[in-house]
Design a protein around this ligand. Structure first.
Ligand SMILES: Cc1cc2nc3c(=O)[nH]c(=O)nc-3n(C[C@H](O)[C@H](O)[C@H](O)COP(=O)(O)OP(=O)(O)OC[C@H]3O[C@@H](n4cnc5c(N)ncnc54)[C@H](O)[C@@H]3O)c2cc1C
Length: 378
């Protein structure tokens, strides 16, 4: 790790963020970002100059290069629930903030930029749709009709609109089809819609593995019915603008996950050292030695994990990548291992005989019989 900012952030996490995790969990973790625990941590982040750390609005951002940004993101990922909230770097606000700063008109900036940067209001980014494969944005259907008065009337359904249920969510950035006659890259625009506009309704709320994420405004679907909005940036520039902010956001997301994995590894090894089972520390147990080996730092750094399709190396204990189980000792699977059985190529129990045309001469030699059921030839 390098840099003053990295040291400051690590100190903030050690002194304020990690200690707050248990308190937040004791709250049931169901509170909101405005809970007393999170408010205290966020106030401390402001005091230390770490608020909006990952935003282009932060004074230190220009001086921080990519390697230090990666270190910073890794620290944030070490506290998956509180880290981003503490620094106000949680999406979608972080993304919408960048979009407003880069593309917003003077009126839009004065209406929302400062309030969003300060955390007084929050936002949601609405791109995904339930009925289409949204990883290909050219398939998105929500329409934005551009009216003569300059407004854009939005109609369609968006899903997984993270944050849209937050009490202070005031703006929705919607990716809508506004230029249907343009080429594929120029058909979509970003449209700013007020959350309390007529024609904006929550339809459904998604959980992630049983967690509602209500504390950060959940992940609802939103139905837009002729909802009034205004262009953010130029007409047809929606996909380019989205890519401009979502690309870096994905990189930061990946770096945070490295930090999350590092923390999990530390927690696991700490527990193994401190826990005794049947008079022995768990750290000396073969099964756990094998599991720690499989979770080693090189694999975290490489972003690898069971199921990544790579052959098992000698240090990872011979993972059965098909079945997810571990075989102490490593090496190739023995015949009879569950993994070895699964890897055998599939062969049907009653293979069909290949269909070959019956030689003409055979027809001539014997009288033709009716073909067996299934149309077999012999
Ligand atoms: C917790 C959470 C929060 C979210 N928040 C938001 C939000 O705030 N705003 C928002 O708009 N959306 C949000 N989403 C939705 C998310 O962005 C979409 O799920 C994502 O864009 C993929 O779209 P899809 O679900 O339609 O998958 P599909 O497009 O149906 O893709 C299905 C699968 O195909 C794979 N795939 C696609 N293309 C390829 C390819 N070329 N090669 C190999 N595999 C491929 C995908 O990886 C995926 O596994 C959120 C999702 C989650 C889980």
């Amino acid at each position: 790790m390098s840099g003053r900012l990295t040291a400051d952030l690590a100190a903030f996490f050690a002194e304020c963020v990690y200690p707050a995790e248990a308190e937040f969990a004791a709250d049931g973790g169901t509170g909101s970002i405005a809970s007393p625990v999170l408010t205290r941590v966020r106030d401390e982040a402001r005091r230390r100059g770490l608020w909006n750390l990952f935003s282009s609005l932060h004074p230190a951002r220009l001086a921080v290069g990519d390697p230090e940004t990666a270190d910073l993101a890794e620290i944030v990922g070490r506290s998956p629930v509180i880290g981003q909230v503490a620094l106000h770097s949680l999406n979608p606000d972080a993304t919408v903030l960048e979009l407003l700063a880069a593309l917003g008109s003077a009126e839009q900036a004065s209406a929302w930029l400062d309030a969003l940067a300060d955390g007084t209001i929050s936002s949601a980014y609405c791109m995904t749709e339930p009925g289409v494969a949204s990883s290909d944005p050219r398939s998105l259907r929500t329409r934005g009709e551009r009216a003569a008065d300059g407004t854009v009337r939005v109609t369609g359904v968006k899903s997984w609109c993270t944050g849209a249920d937050a009490a202070n969510c005031e703006i929705l950035v919607v990716l809508a089809l506004t230029e249907p006659d343009a080429g594929p890259a120029g058909r979509y625009s970003l449209v700013l819609v007020r959350r309390d506009s007529p024609g904006v309704a929550v339809a459904n709320r998604h959980d992630v593995l049983g967690y509602s994420d209500a504390y950060r405004g959940g992940h609802p679907d939103i139905v837009f019915t002729d909802a009034p909005g205004e262009l953010l940036g130029e007409a047809g520039g929606g996909l380019a603008a989205a890519q401009r902010v979502l690309g870096p956001a994905r990189m930061l997301h990946s770096m945070r996950l490295v930090g999350t994995a590092e923390r999990a590894l530390e927690l696991m090894t700490g527990r193994l050292r401190s826990r005794e089972v049947r008079g022995r520390p768990l750290a000396g147990n073969d099964l756990w030695i094998d599991r720690v080996r499989r979770a080693d730092r090189r694999r975290i750094d490489a972003g690898a994990g069971p199921g990544d399709g790579q052959p098992a190396g000698p240090r990872d204990g011979g993972i059965d990548r098909q079945g997810g189980g571990a075989r102490p000792g490593g090496g190739d699977p023995r015949p009879g291992d569950a993994g070895a059985r699964r890897r055998r190529p599939f062969r049907p129990r009653h293979p069909r005989r290949p269909l070959r045309p019956r030689p003409v001469a055979a027809h001539l030699r014997r009288p033709r019989r009716s073909a067996p059921a299934g149309g077999g030839t012999a």
